[in-house]
Write a protein that binds this ligand. Structure first.
Ligand SMILES: Cc1cc2nc3c(=O)[nH]c(=O)nc-3n(C[C@H](O)[C@H](O)[C@H](O)COP(=O)(O)OP(=O)(O)OC[C@H]3O[C@@H](n4cnc5c(N)ncnc54)[C@H](O)[C@@H]3O)c2cc1C
Length: 326
């Protein structure tokens, strides 16, 4: 049976939703699923991972180092991979996952597929085949691996539905302590600065209201933010709006911004350039407001309103308020 190792992540002591998706992705091709976490104080996260389908959990701890820089993370995983031999390693497409994946692939001399949206097994070779959007989302490529594993696949958030947790699942939790030399650590953590302490995190938002150059300035983003709050979501933006300095680049969605997969994506004054759509093609339902009936966004949207956002958006917001009150 193909052994899959997931490099899991946690957020504030909870198994993060992308790791749950990775467990579902692994479950679609194997019953032999292990997951590794950094830190040995993660018992509840480990137990949660078992409920979501892991049969083995590794808790990795170094006595020497407490903060997990990329160097120590890679060292921890390299140490684990000296002890076990999975065929496939799965990571989530987070800042950490995208950083660790290539470093680990280089250290192990194995293949890597970034930004993948699904995995399958080649029935002949039993090696994984990853699917990933390329050319700004215009085409889908299948990535197969020339050598046996452990081949590494980085999966985009929103690609898999999370399995229902099962309290009857059983699994094994192993604590592994390893040693890292201070000299192995090239990056030193100085300070953590939270750029967006309030609101719903863009990557996790079920609803995103994104604004573009058509807004004409920074002020309208307040109206977009009001709508996003009403719907329990977050504001997003096109690169043109970020480049203009109307909103921070942290909110940029697209090829060179964030990938998002909300249930509802509302665009206001965004033309729908392929580089923008590359970041929101996972959205389940797109609603577009744009004054140009020929704008590309209308080819991608499930619903559209042609007209000036200044006329449409206030009545849209007041209708949403009315609907929420009834
Ligand atoms: C390598 C590369 C990477 C890129 N990466 C990204 C990326 O990550 N994300 C991204 O977004 N872009 C990216 N771009 C830029 C991208 O090509 C577009 O230029 C950008 O998405 C356009 O942003 P926009 O839709 O806000 O602006 P525009 O294309 O200028 O569109 C503005 C729209 O607003 C409409 N409008 C104007 N006034 C009103 C009004 N009053 N009411 C209603 N509608 C109105 C117009 O009809 C128009 O359709 C990238 C480009 C390159 C080359």
């Amino acid at each position: 049976m193909t052994e899959i190792l997931i490099l899991g992540e946690q957020a504030n002591g909870d198994l993060n939703s992308l790791s749950k998706e990775l467990l579902a992705a692994a479950d679609s091709i194997s019953d032999n699923i292990s997951i590794a976490f950094l830190g040995n104080d993660n018992r509840s996260v480990a137990e949660d991972a078992i409920r979501y389908g892991a049969s083995k959990v590794y808790l990795l701890q170094s006595k020497l180092l407490n903060d997990w820089s990329v160097d120590t993370r890679v060292a921890a995983y390299e140490h684990l991979l000296g002890k076990i031999s999975p065929s496939v390693i799965l990571l989530g497409k987070t800042q950490i996952g995208q950083d660790i994946g290539p470093r680990l692939a280089c250290r192990l001399g194995v293949g890597l597929s970034q930004d993948s949206i699904s995995i399958a097994l080649d029935p002949k070779t039993m090696r994984p085949v990853a699917t990933r959007p390329v050319l700004g989302g215009r085409m889908i490529a299948k990535v197969s691996f020339a050598e046996d594993g452990p081949n590494i696949i980085v999966i985009r958030k929103g690609s898999y539905d999370i399995n229902k947790p099962n309290d009857n699942n059983e699994g094994d939790i192993q604590e592994i302590t390893f040693h890292v030399e201070q000299s192995d650590k090239n990056i030193h953590h100085i300070q953590t600065i939270l750029s967006d302490p309030g609101g719903v995190k863009l990557e996790n938002a079920p609803v995103i209201v994104a604004g573009g150059r058509g807004l004409g300035g920074p002020e309208p983003f307040e109206m977009l933010s009001d709508l996003a709050k009403l719907l329990g979501g977050s504001v997003g933006a096109s690169r043109a709006a970020c480049d203009a300095g109307w909103i921070d680049h942290n909110y940029q969605i697209g090829l060179t911004g964030k990938n998002v997969s909300p249930a509802l994506y509302i665009t206001v004054g965004i033309s729908g350039a392929s580089q923008h759509m590359a970041g929101c093609s996972g959205a389940k339902f797109i609603v577009a407001i744009n004054k140009d009936p020929d704008a590309n966004i209308f080819k991608e949207a499930s619903l559209g309103a042609v007209g000036d956002w200044e006329k449409i958006l206030p009545s849209f917001i007041s209708t949403v308020k009315d609907l929420l009150e009834t």
